[in-house]
Design a protein around this ligand. Structure first.
Ligand code: SAH
Ligand code: SF4
Ligand code: F3S
Length: 480
């Protein structure tokens, strides 16, 4: 194929994203920041001039993966240099924030370390890294003097990042809240992402309109504590009754629901402490709000919930679920669980199994507790042996797996709108998401990607459902 890039666009960036959806969103924003500098996206490190690893620090294995990847990139960089070319390596995300200079010490091939709040300063960091590299070539410097920016600036990065420029497959993430003040004793997020911050509603609405105009029919609102959202209200800069007021997540969702062309709204991740009456009610009142809620409980033991500093007990969670289901009986509930938190006894773990049995989840993410340096949990005595964690994880996964299969099976026969996202694993298949965020595949072509189509669900499996397109039963919605 002929290379049609212009002279100013000859650079390529490869971005590898680890961790949560916040990082997926940020990676896209980094691509937007780099585009005006002439960087086009590359899908392989081998063809890139700049490689960004957008990292995750949440569990030990996630961070260690970064260093092994960096080892491979150093070899790639050495190869380039032997050929008289260069490669810039940047580490972004939560490992960058948590470990800072330590990254450059462990891997001197790294040129840039940039924390999650500083992505709008990437152009300046690249320029500084280029200067350092030139000095190094001139023999004036020792290798490994990377450029670092892990400040939490007074101004939010959202005020400086460019508007998103493209939407893939009809669905987009929209970051509305970042950081966390809850300090669960196992978790690094308050340290890597900083204090809780809610983006002003006006800037979110503007971005939402841009995304819908670019083809988004589904928006997923993101935040580490998304339901704690309390952003500045749009009219609060005016003198008047609204001055200085804030919007809750419900206020924001209601305003977003008025955007022409938007069909689905989701939000993640919620904390049980911030699930207020209005938000529960919204699940019965806002048709655009999908009947799916990711509401992590972590443990079913009151003793462990307390030790985790979650700020609620098992009954609080049960009551929330009862109320949510009272309002929206069709709700698919999902959660995160940690097994093997320090001091977790057999009885504590049984309480988790019991809670899962009582509630019934449509899907879940399960983790073995991972000791994270600097968190209060890491300093606790009674850290559990790996084999105990492994056995508990297996038991929990088996119960949750059965619940997921049962939930999927309960939908067989239903006709539901599916938003198609990508080609399926087998040729001639296309894969999408049901309202309950289940993966659904049908026979169909790539032209369906980005469209919302009514599908009859035919068969349920552990992690997906098979369906067929309904052609003769209205409403049959296909985006233009
Ligand atoms: N803000 C979200 C979760 C963010 S991290 C919330 O409050 O629920 C995503 C999940 O990773 C957590 O819900 C938790 O289950 C898991 N996790 C976080 N720290 C962990 C650790 N140290 N070990 C194991 N799992 C962890
Ligand atoms: Fe981590 Fe807890 Fe904050 Fe969630 S609420 S990000 S688990 S500290
Ligand atoms: Fe990981 Fe940071 Fe997200 S630690 S889970 S990438 S907030």
């Amino acid at each position: 194929m002929k290379d049609v890039r212009t002279a100013g666009q000859r650079k390529r960036v490869f971005i590898r994203t680890y961790g949560c959806q916040m990082n997926v969103y940020d990676s896209d924003r980094m691509a937007d920041v780099l585009r005006p500098l002439g960087y086009a996206l590359s899908d392989s490190p081998e063809q890139a001039d700049l490689i960004v690893l957008n990292t995750c620090h949440i569990r030990e294995r996630a961070s260690e993966k970064v260093y092994s990847e960096l080892g491979r990139l150093r070899d790639l960089k050495d190869e380039r240099r032997r050929d008289g070319a260069d490669l810039t390596i940047a580490v972004a995300g939560c490992v960058a924030q948590a470990e800072g200079e330590e990254i450059v010490r462990r891997q001197p091939a790294v040129d840039i370390v940039v924390g999650p709040q500083a992505y709008h300063r990437l152009p300046e960091l690249l320029a500084r890294a280029a200067r350092k590299s030139a000095e190094r070539h001139a023999g004036g410097r020792q290798p490994g003097a990377g450029v670092l920016d892990t400040e939490f600036p007074a101004e939010s990065k959202f005020d400086h990042l460019p508007a998103p420029s493209e939407v893939r497959a009809g669905s987009a993430f929209l970051s509305i809240q970042e950081g966390c003040d809850k300090f669960c004793t196992f978790c690094v997020v308050p340290y890597t992402r900083g204090a809780e911050y809610s983006r002003p509603a006006e800037s979110i609405l503007r971005e939402a309109r841009t995304l819908v105009a670019a083809g988004a029919i589904e928006l997923t609102l993101l935040g580490q504590n998304v339901n704690a959202y309390h952003g500045e209200a749009p009219d609060s800069s005016n003198v008047g009754p609204g001055a200085g007021s804030t919007w809750s997540l419900v206020g924001l969702i209601s305003a977003l629901a008025g955007i022409d062309g938007l069909v689905r709204i989701r939000y993640t991740t919620s904390h049980p402490r911030d699930m207020d009456d209005d938000l529960i009610a919204a699940h019965g009142e806002v048709p655009l709000l999908m009947p799916y809620l990711h509401l992590p409980v972590q443990s079913g033991s009151d003793r462990i919930l307390e030790a985790m500093n979650r700020g609620h007990d098992r009954d609080h969670y049960r009551r929330l679920v009862d109320r949510l289901r009272g309002i929206q009986p069709d709700l698919a509930l999902s959660s995160d669980f940690i097994v093997g938190f320090p001091g977790e006894s057999d009885a504590d773990f049984d309480d988790t199994m019991k809670l899962v049995g009582e509630i019934g989840f449509a899907s879940a993410y399960t983790f073995k507790y991972s000791r994270r340096p600097g968190t209060p949990g890491a300093a606790l005595g009674d850290q559990l042996a790996e084999n105990i964690k492994t056995a508990r994880l297996a038991a929990l996964q088996s119960l949750l797996g059965k619940q997921q299969r049962d939930f999927n099976a309960s939908k067989v026969g239903a006709i539901v709108p599916v938003l198609f996202a990508e080609a399926g694993r087998k040729p001639g298949q296309v894969l999408g998401k049901s309202p309950w965020l289940q993966s659904v595949y049908v026979e169909g072509g790539a032209e369906m990607v980005g469209n919302l189509v009514n599908v009859r669900l035919l068969a349920a499996y552990a992690l997906s459902l098979a369906g067929e397109i309904v052609t003769n039963e209205p409403p049959f919605e296909v985006a233009a």
